[in-house]
Write a protein of this length. Structure first.
Length: 137
């Protein structure tokens, strides 16, 4: 699906900046931090970038890729995500060598049975190790 179609599907106005940011996510193949995006976008206004990321997350285009580091990263959502529900119950893999974080959408976070009186809102699972690219190096 093209970046313009993704934006339209999620009821966001197509702007050159949104298209550019979204194209960085679609071509990255990994989670991106705001620093990664700022480096790629060089002259972009930081506030506009943060507002764009917030809109993308709220609309179900990207999700937070929790990876156990202090750097907040975002990754492209699956097609089934929407404004009302993210379907990102997959494992995030953090490579200890290249420091990249990947969504393993085919590996699901196991269901956790909570004790009486507890209500889970979100469950995350991070696996760390060496990614397939770094293993070959």
């Amino acid at each position: 699906m093209s970046t313009d179609n993704i934006l339209k599907k999620h009821n966001l106005r197509v702007t050159p900046f949104r298209t550019l940011v979204l194209s960085l996510f679609t071509s990255a193949g990994k989670a991106l931090s705001s620093h990664d995006l700022e480096t790629e976008l060089q002259d972009a206004d930081r506030i506009t970038l943060y507002r764009t990321l917030k809109s993308f997350e709220e609309k179900g285009i990207i999700h937070k890729a929790i990876d156990g580091t202090i750097t907040q990263k975002y990754a492209l959502c699956e097609n089934e995500c929407s404004e009302y529900h993210h379907h990102d119950e997959h494992v995030h893999f953090h490579c200890e060598k290249c420091e990249n974080t990947f969504c393993l959408e085919q590996v699901f976070v196991p269901r956790v049975r909570m004790p009486d009186g507890f209500s889970a809102k979100q469950t995350n699972m991070v696996v760390s190790g060496v990614c397939d690219h770094c293993v070959l190096d």
